[in-house]
Design a protein around this ligand. Structure first.
Ligand code: F3S
Length: 64
């Protein structure tokens, strides 16, 4: 099972994670991203990896 986490101190609100994987991420009122589901269903694994790579702040961590 893949797990996602976001370092809120690194996130600058670029929202590329939401663009890549709207089923996994959303942004709060201050523009900081949060994960909708810490455990990623297998069908969303590719989107999760794409979001990690897309974040210019390297704020998203993924563990398997
Ligand atoms: Fe934040 Fe990176 Fe997403 S800066 S909003 S985690 S693309």
């Amino acid at each position: 099972m893949i797990r996602l986490s976001i370092d809120g101190a690194k996130c600058e609100g670029h929202a590329r994670c939401v663009a890549r994987a709207p089923e996994l991420f959303d942004v709060d009122d201050e523009g900081i991203s949060f994960v909708l589901a810490e455990e990623v269903p297998p069908e969303h694994a590719e989107a999760a990896r794409a979001a990690v790579v897309a974040c210019p702040e390297r704020a998203i961590s993924l563990s398997e």
